[in-house]
Design a protein. Structure first.
Length: 277
């Protein structure tokens, strides 16, 4: 695998994205890919008329100072880790106003093969950024679970397949990773969602086999109310270090309404997941 990977490092994130830095650098090194580290620092600006003039900038200044210090620490951490691994890294420092939605990160993602983002459990800010990357960048996003230990082991990869456009796009985008895997498990989950063919997983596995990828199909049943967790737990049970799956949303009134499986993965990722819409 060659090409370019973007590692996104939001300042102020907890837990610290140390594991994401290490995983992204190892991924770039193993695949011979160029690595871009985008350090995103949010700056707050509160209009003076909101508070008395003599107090208005005290909490804002403290917040901005904390964000700036953490951005410097992240920049230093990724630089040291890349040097130790003999990986070249290009640093981009992004300064955003509060609520800007990290638009520059999304724009940068469009000229990378995929982006990597550490995602803590139930972190609304990080989840919002993940949603924007998934639905606005046009590129896959690799989510790493910061709230639990993980190993980005790409020897075994699981593909959740439902014959949808997002599933097709993410499988295509994951092809360089799938070709490096020793084993690929393709599974389709039956339930409330109607699959166009009972042999959906078989179709996808045969496609991967035509590209020289060892792939085995499975058809599974699941309780629809917990399907997102079921999909992740199935991937873990099959020994996968990465789950590849589509991300789903509708767009009424210019606001995304995410599908239940997508919400589950973005709220509480159990393993590394490569997603695309």
């Amino acid at each position: 695998m060659t090409g370019r990977i973007q590692l996104i490092l939001p300042a102020g994130q907890q837990p610290k994205p140390t594991a994401a830095i290490e995983a992204a650098i190892a991924l770039a090194r193993a695949g011979g890919a160029a690595l871009t580290a985008s350090v995103a620092q949010t700056r707050a600006n509160v209009p003076v008329h909101w508070l008395a003039r003599e107090y208005a900038h005290l909490p804002v200044a403290e917040f901005n100072a904390d964000m700036a210090a953490d951005a410097i620490a992240l920049r230093d951490s990724v630089t040291r880790a890349a040097e130790n691994a003999n990986v070249n890294v290009r640093l981009i420092e992004i300064l955003n106003g509060l609520g800007d939605g990290e638009r520059a990160v999304v724009m940068a993602a469009r000229t990378h093969d995929f982006s990597v983002l550490g995602l803590p459990d139930f972190d609304a800010t990080a989840r919002q950024l993940a949603e924007q990357l998934l639905f606005d960048s046009g590129r896959p996003l690799m989510i790493l679970p910061l709230s639990r230990p993980f190993s980005l082991n790409l020897e075994t990869i699981a593909v959740a397949w439902d014959h949808s456009e997002p599933a097709s796009r993410v499988m295509s985008g994951a092809m360089p990773l799938l070709k490096r895997a020793n084993r690929v498990v393709v599974f389709s989950v039956l339930g409330a969602k109607k699959l166009p063919r009972a042999e959906a997983a078989q179709d996808a596995a045969e496609y991967l086999i035509s590209h020289g990828i060892e792939a085995a199909p499975e058809m599974l049943d699941s309780d629809d109310r917990a399907r997102g967790r079921f999909i992740m737990e199935t991937a873990i049970a099959r020994g996968a270090g990465l789950l590849v799956m589509g991300a789903y949303a509708t767009l009424p009134a210019q606001e995304y309404l995410l599908g239940g499986v997508t919400v589950s993965v973005l709220s509480e990722p159990l393993l590394p997941v490569l997603m695309s819409n």
